[in-house]
Write a protein that binds this ligand. Structure first.
Ligand code: SAM
Length: 290
C-alpha cells in the first residue's frame, strides 16, 4: 500500500471517511514523503528511540516516524481522526494514538509509561500554527527527559525562535527558546506540500534540549519578566521600557546603578542584548523586585 502522505492516498482516505479540514484546529496535512523523511531525519533517531508526535492528523508523519523508531505516541485533539488513524496506522502496532489536547496531556507521565524500552525520546510534529508557541513553551518549560523537539511551524515564528541578537527577528521568544534549547532552523518548506495549502511559509526548527541553562540567573521568572518587559516596545530603550513598569519611577536611580553594575547602558535597546547581558541585568535588578 502507498504511504499515507502521497496525494492519491490522502485523497482516498479523506473521501472514504468523509473528512473535511478543520481550519480552527490548524489542519494542513503533509502530502510529500520526501519532506516528511527530512523532518524525521532531523530528529536523528536510532532504531531504539521513541517519538512523541503532536497532532498526527491522518498519520502522514506518524507513519514515517513508525518506520524509523521503536515506539510512537501521538496526541490528537480531533476525535474524528481517531478511527481514521486506527485504520491508517494498523500496519504499525507500535503506534499509540491518544485523543487528547497536547496542552492538557500528562506528557511527562506518558514518557514514563510508554518509553521504558526506548533509549531516547524526541518530540516531533507538524504543529497546528494557531498554538505553536504555547505548545513549544509548555514542553520546554516542563523540562521533559527528551533529547530534542523537531517542529514544523510558520516560518516567521521559526526565525524568531532561532534569531541571534541584533537581528529583526530577535526578541523574547528567541531568548525563551534558547534558554532551554539550542535552536536551529533546519528546513524551509514550500506551501505546495500541504493539503490544503496554508497562507504562510513554513520552516522546521530543531530544538536540542540543554542539560542546564546557558546562563546563571538568580530567579528564572524574574529573568523572563525582565526580558519580556525590555521588548514591550522594540524601538524604546531599556530604561523607557523598564522604568515605570518593571521598577517604579522612584527606583530610577537604583535602576541606573544596577545597569552600570551589569555593564549595560540603559539607553540601549533590548534587541542589542545577548542572553548573557539579560542574565547579568536581571541579577543586578533582582533587589529592586517588587
Ligand atoms: N501531522 C499531520 C500531518 O503532518 O499531515 C497533521 C498536521 S496538522 C498541521 C496539525 C494537527 O494537530 C491536526 O491533526 C490537528 O487536529 C491537531 N491538533 C490541533 N490542536 C491540537 C492540540 N491542542 N493537541 C493535539 N493535537 C492538536
Amino acid at each position: 500500500m502507498k504511504d499515507v502522505a502521497t496525494p492519491a492516498r490522502t485523497n482516498e482516505i479523506l473521501a472514504k471517511h468523509g473528512l473535511t479540514f478543520k481550519k480552527s484546529l490548524g489542519q494542513n496535512f503533509l502530502i510529500d514523503t520526501n519532506i516528511l523523511r527530512k523532518i524525521v531525519a532531523a530528529a536523528e533517531l536510532g532504531p531504539d528511540a521513541g517519538a512523541i508526535e503532536i497532532g498526527p492528523g491522518i498519520g502522514a508523519l506518524t507513519e514515517q516516524l513508525a518506520k524509523e523508531t521503536k515506539k510512537v505516541v501521538a496526541y490528537e485533539i480531533d476525535q474524528r481522526l481517531i478511527p481514521v488513524l486506527a485504520e491508517t496506522m494498523a500496519p504499525y502496532p507500535h503506534v499509540e494514538v491518544i485523543n487528547e489536547d497536547i496542552l492538557a496531556a500528562d506528557v511527562a507521565g506518558g514518557i514514563k509509561t510508554h518509553f521504558k524500552d526506548c533509549d531516547e525520546v524526541a518530540v516531533v510534529g507538524n504543529l497546528p500554527y494557531y498554538v505553536t508557541t504555547p505548545i513549544l513553551m509548555q514542553l520546554l518549560e516542563a523540562r521533559l527527559p527528551i533529547k530534542c523537539i523537531v517542529a514544523m511551524m510558520q516560518k516567521e515564528v521559526a526565525e524568531r525562535m532561532a534569531a541571534k541578537p541584533g537581528t529583526k527577528a530577535y526578541g523574547s521568544l528567541s531568548i525563551a527558546a534558547q534558554f532551554y534549547a539550542d535552536a536551529e532552523e533546519v528546513l524551509t518548506v514550500p506551501k505546495t506540500v500541504f493539503m490544503p495549502q496554508p497562507n504562510v511559509d513554513s520552516s522546521v526548527v530543531r530544538l536540542k534540549l540543554r542539560e542546564a541553562p546557558p546562563v546563571d540567573v538568580i530567579d528564572e521568572m524574574w529573568f523572563f519578566q525582565v526580558v519580556r518587559t525590555s521588548f514591550t516596545q522594540r524601538r524604546k530603550t531599556l530604561q523607557n521600557n523598564l522604568v515605570g513598569s518593571l521598577v517604579t519611577k522612584e527606583q530610577k536611580p537604583a535602576f541606573r546603578e544596577a545597569c552600570e553594575a551589569a555593564g549595560i547602558d540603559p539607553s540601549r535597546r533590548g534587541e542589542s542584548l545577548s542572553m548573557e547581558d539579560f542574565a547579568r541585568l536581571s541579577n543586578e535588578l533582582y533587589d529592586l523586585k517588587m
